[in-house]
Design a protein. Structure first.
Length: 449
């Protein structure tokens, strides 16, 4: 049930649920370059009889298309000339969980491999796994939490499409940041999402209103980085599905309109068998944060993956514009919060359009760079980072692309094949943007130019 507390499902438990007639469908999902869940709906018997031991096939174009799912050129791993063959979706049984908002359904994530068992290195989940393996060599693990904002409208997705996304009706007509009265207006939807995620075994901490009209946020419990990324993409997809079932829609666009954008603040710390490394080792903590400062500009492409992402970086908007860190300072791109075992760094650069696997991989790579190079952490910024002389975050995807292309840290951490893959993705996005004629251009020029 949507309101009950669920959790991971073992194969034995799944077989029992099948025997009781409670489950008939398995969603086998991978995360694509946009951080979307893609995959297949399997009959549960086929999943148990064949896929558990032998994986399932998927077309390799899933990691070589644009946002519209159109085939594009420039990818080494998949093309017309290579025939767009298959890769294997290898189920990660530890991620098996119920889907309370869909009848008789469970979902699990898959790792992406070639037929010979080698990783598809451009797969976001495999990119994060590689960075987690680097931590594991040192006896560390990454702990993380993501805070996703979204905007709810009282139009369906189909109606919004037909209206060309103009004149949409926001679920709230004023700033409802922390407002219990304002959030009550849309509580039936938000409550259903909260309870559904709990039923899927994803522990929700709270929800709250935000600044833009119809803007809300639901926060989940801090956990291991791969689990956090998996839950992030399942939640994001599920929230859209539940909104659609309720005759509404919600968007995770970084910047829907000229008001506040949708953020995805990412909290991160390192753990070991004794707890939070940052709580006991100031030097490791400071070097990890120094690595974030040193690499933030060159890793921005992993935090801001769309042309639209960069419109969110606006002075006085609670979105960062400079590379700075501070203690509990929301004007900084990097905000240090918590004490003792809760000590962590919050990256405020990403918007809600971020791919969590790529963002967490970038944070780990930057942190390890700071630790390995023994970087010194500059003094925390006092006052407003908006008015400081700190370096600016990249203002366009063009700038972020060029910085990522020249990043020795990215090349060393991810491998040149991965760097080239995501540079091509940036090229595809930018060329699509350059070819588009916008409403702004029509309104500005139709009569007056």
């Amino acid at each position: 049930m949507e309101g009950s507390r669920g959790g991971p499902v073992s194969l034995d438990e799944l077989r029992s649920q099948v025997a009781a007639g409670k489950v008939d469908t398995v969603l086998l999902a991978i995360a694509d370059m946009e951080g979307r869940v893609q995959g297949k709906r399997l009959t549960v018997q086929h999943f148990l009889d064949e896929v558990v031991d032998h994986a399932a096939e998927g077309c390799n174009y899933l990691l070589a298309v644009d946002v519209e799912m159109e085939t594009v050129d420039g990818y080494a791993m998949a093309s017309w000339s290579s025939g767009y063959g298959d890769f294997e979706m290898v189920p990660d049984i530890s991620t098996l969980r119920p889907v309370p908002w869909l009848e008789g359904t469970v979902i699990l994530m898959a790792d992406v491999q070639w037929a010979d068992g080698s990783d598809v290195v451009a797969s976001p989940r495999q990119i994060l796994r590689r960075q987690l393996a680097r931590l594991d060599e040192r006896g560390w693990k990454a702990m993380a939490g993501t805070e996703l904002e979204f905007i709810v409208v009282r139009d369906t997705y189909e109606d919004a499409w037909r209206k060309a996304y103009r004149d949409l009706e926001p679920a709230n007509l004023y700033n409802i940041d922390y407002s219990l009265l304002g959030t009550a207006r849309v509580e039936p939807l938000i409550r259903r999402i909260r309870n559904s995620m709990m039923g899927a075994g994803m522990p929700v901490e709270d929800s709250k209103g935000e600044c833009n009209f119809g803007q809300h946020e639901i926060n989940f419990h801090f956990g291991e980085a791969l689990e956090t990324a998996d839950q992030h993409v399942i939640y994001k997809n599920g929230a859209k599905e539940i909104a659609s079932q309720e005759g509404m829609a919600l968007t995770f666009m970084a910047k829907l309109d000229e008001r506040e954008g949708n953020s995805c603040h990412i909290h991160c710390s390192l753990g070991d068998e004794d707890g939070n490394v940052f709580a006991e080792d100031d030097q490791t903590f400071e070097r990890f944060v120094a690595g974030q400062i040193a690499c933030l500009r060159e890793m921005t492409l992993m935090f801001a993956p769309q042309v639209n992402s960069y419109k969110r970086f606006a002075k006085g908007s609670f979105a960062p514009t400079t590379v700075a860190w501070g203690h509990d300072n929301r004007t900084c791109s990097l905000r240090v919060v918590g004490k003792g075992q809760a000590r962590r760094v919050e990256n405020r650069l990403p918007g809600a359009d971020v791919n969590p696997y790529l963002a967490l991989a970038a944070m780990i790579a930057a942190g390890l760079h700071g630790i390995d190079e023994q970087l010194e952490l500059e003094d925390p910024l006092q006052g407003s980072a908006y008015d400081s002389d700190k370096p600016s975050v990249p203002g366009t995807m063009y700038e972020a692309r060029d910085l990522f292309a020249s990043s020795a840290v990215a090349s060393q951490a991810f491998g040149q094949e991965v760097v080239d893959h995501y540079l091509n993705r940036a090229r595809v996005e930018l060329e699509a943007f350059e070819a588009a004629v916008t409403d702004w251009e029509r309104f500005r020029g139709f009569e007056r130019l």
